[in-house]
Design a protein. Sequence first.
Length: 95
Amino acid sequence: MKKIFTTGRIAKIFKVAPRTVSKWFDSGRLRGYRIPGSGDRRVTRDKLIEFMTSNNMPLELLAEYEAEPTGHSPASAGPSDMSDMVANVTSFGNG
């Protein structure tokens, strides 16, 4: 069975707002699919890893999140590290 992520869960992994993840999805940077009827976004683990790799995000963020019994990612990356990564992703294709 494939591991599936919601935009909310991805937002927790990267410590960003769910709307930021939705923008990545809607722009095509983060590939996934929508649930028929509700339109909710879903991303497979494989596509999430592709996104992380193409945007130079450390895969350890995902591994740490998945290792936590509560499903919450520990604060291993400092806020400035995450801000730099998010800035890199949000500026992707804008310049």
